[in-house]
Design a protein around this ligand. Structure first.
Ligand code: NAD
Length: 298
């Protein structure tokens, strides 16, 4: 089966980007969300991507509009998945909501349709049985700002059919992504499995008073040639998200150190330091110290 008709379920931050980027790359895309209001919001959200496509990928107005013309919107789930070759699920990161969604589309979608979840933390074997088609189910994980950060991590469950997996790899390429093929399930995929321990280690050195953020970043940059250290990365991620991740980890693990990291991050948040988006986090923007040519000297 050739993938032609794409349905994206959930049109929030990521769903709207996945839907438009697929449409921009020539696919017919149906956008589904739970209510008329949510669908209307999705249309506005997608239209507001225009300046980013113009600035970041040199898209012309005609190219952007051609993408818009490939989109249809609905709050009717049966209609949304009726002709789908692939359903990409980008609904809230709540197992109960996802499970219920897969139960519903199991009987509504064509029997050969592929289901792919964009979940950041939940592995596909959690929902394989709910989909009624475990061989045709896997995760396809995009990064925020899909048009710029064009990785798509492809991760099957032990039951995913290798042929279906490869079809999704091709599809990811066809919509302009670089498919990152995981050989087995891994919570956090490759990127977050590497990144979160690095960020936690940097923050741990900071709260223990071993060194301040700038010296920690400088050490990492000098020793590895990386363009940013953990605190510069935290500013990009945003301190609100960073706080949510460590606060959740602290609550789950009972770790005193993670709690201390969360508390210290909260202090910065309370001062309005949200990272790059607010102009200040661990560094001040638009000209952060770590980009100063003298930063790595003596
Ligand atoms: P979001 O809250 O911005 O959007 C979720 C959307 O799902 C909303 O429009 C909501 O109305 C809709 N929704 C709620 N219940 C639904 C249902 N039963 N059926 C259909 N739609 C429903 O969330 P998001 O940040 O776009 O995240 C969505 C998924 O993508 C999550 O699994 C998340 O882990 C993953 N993800 C998010 C990011 C990110 O940076 N935000 C990055 C990668 C992956």
């Amino acid at each position: 089966m050739k993938i032609e008709n794409v349905t994206v379920a959930g049109s929030g931050v990521l769903g709207s980007q996945i839907a438009f980027h697929s449409a921009f790359n020539g696919f017919k895309v149906t956008v589904y969300d739970i209510s008329k209001e949510a669908v209307e919001k999705a249309e506005d959200r997608i239209k507001s991507l225009k300046p980013y496509y113009e600035r970041d990928v040199n898209a012309t107005e005609e190219q952007f509009d051609a993408g818009l013309n490939n989109l249809t919107y609905t709050d009717d789930l049966a209609a949304a998945v009726k002709n789908a070759d692939i359903v990409i699920e980008a609904i809230p990161e709540r197992p109960d909501i996802k499970r219920d969604f897969y139960h519903k589309i199991a009987t509504l979608a064509p029997k050969d349709a592929i289901f792919a979840s964009n979940s950041s933390t939940l592995v596909p074997s959690m929902f394989a049985a709910d989909t009624g088609r475990p061989k045709q189910f896997l995760n396809l994980h995009f990064a925020n700002q899909v048009w710029l950060n064009n990785t798509a991590e492809v991760m099957g469950s032990p039951q995913t059919d290798p042929g279906i997996y490869q079809q999704v790899v091709h599809f990811a390429r066809d919509i302009g992504m670089i498919p990152i093929q995981l050989k087995k399930e891994q919570p956090g995929y490759i990127l977050n499995s590497l990144l979160i321990p690095l960020l936690n280690a940097g923050q741990s050195l900071w709260v223990k008073g071993v060194a301040d953020p700038q010296l920690i970043d400088k050490t990492w940059m000098l020793a590895t040639g990386a363009p940013m250290g953990p605190f510069a990365i935290l500013d990009v991620v945003g301190l609100r998200t960073a706080y949510n991740i460590t606060a959740t980890q602290a609550a789950q693990s009972g770790s005193k150190e993670l709690k201390e990291i969360a508390d210290k991050t909260k202090e910065l948040l309370d001062e309005g330091k949200l990272g790059r988006e607010s102009g200040e986090g661990f560094y001040k923007y638009p000209n952060p110290a770590f980009q100063d040519p003298d930063f790595l000297k003596a």
